[in-house]
Design a protein around this ligand. Structure first.
Ligand code: CMP
Length: 140
C-alpha cells in the first residue's frame, strides 16, 4: 500500500547555484507539506552509506565525492501518493530524458548533478528519512 511520505535531497549543484528556494517553492506548490528539513554537508563516508545500494555501480565513487562536495538540503515530504507524485514532479534521473516543467529539466546539469534526489519506493522513503532525521526532528 502506498504511504504518504517521501524523502528528498536538494543536491550540491542546486544548492550552490541558489536554486533551493525555487525548488522548494515548486515542491510546496505541487501540494507537498514539509515534515522535516535541514541543511547539512555530508562526508564522503556518509554519502557512501546513503548510496550503499549503488556501491557496485561504476559511478559510485564519483557520486559519493560529488554528494559530499558542498551543502545539501534534506527533507521529508508528505502528500497522498507521495513517492510516485514526487518522482513525476522531479522527472527522469538523466535530465536529458526529463519531461518539460520537471525540476530536473529546469535545474539539473547532468545525470550526476541532477539537482534533487527522490525516494524510489515507500520502503526506501522510510529508510532514507530515518537516515537523516530522528523522531524529535519531525513535525509528525
Ligand atoms: P539519485 O536519484 O539520487 O540516485 C542515485 C544517483 O546516482 C542518481 O540520482 C544520479 O545522480 C547518480 N548517477 C550518476 N551516474 C548515474 C548513472 N549512470 N545512472 C544512474 N544514476 C547515476
Amino acid at each position: 500500500m502506498a504511504t504518504n511520505r517521501t524523502f528528498t535531497m536538494i543536491k550540491p549543484d542546486a544548492f550552490a547555484e541558489g536554486n533551493s528556494g525555487a525548488i522548494l517553492k515548486m515542491i510546496e506548490e505541487a501540494g507537498f507539506k514539509i515534515v522535516a528539513m535541514k541543511a547539512t554537508q555530508l562526508t564522503k563516508e556518509i554519502a557512501g552509506k546513503f548510496y550503499e545500494v549503488h556501491s557496485a555501480r561504476p559511478f559510485y565513487a564519483d557520486l559519493c565525492a560529488y554528494m559530499s562536495s558542498g551543502p545539501i538540503i534534506a527533507a521529508i515530504l508528505e502528500k497522498e501518493n507521495a513517492v510516485e507524485d514526487f518522482r513525476k514532479l522531479i522527472g527522469a534521473t538523466n535530465p536529458a530524458d526529463a519531461a518539460d516543467g520537471t525540476i530536473r529539466k529546469i535545474f539539473a546539469k547532468s545525470i550526476e548533478a541532477n539537482a534533487v534526489h527522490g525516494s524510489d519506493s515507500d520502503e526506501n522513503a522510510a529508510i532514507e528519512g530515518a537516515f537523516y532525521f530522528s523522531m524529535t526532528e519531525r513535525v509528525g
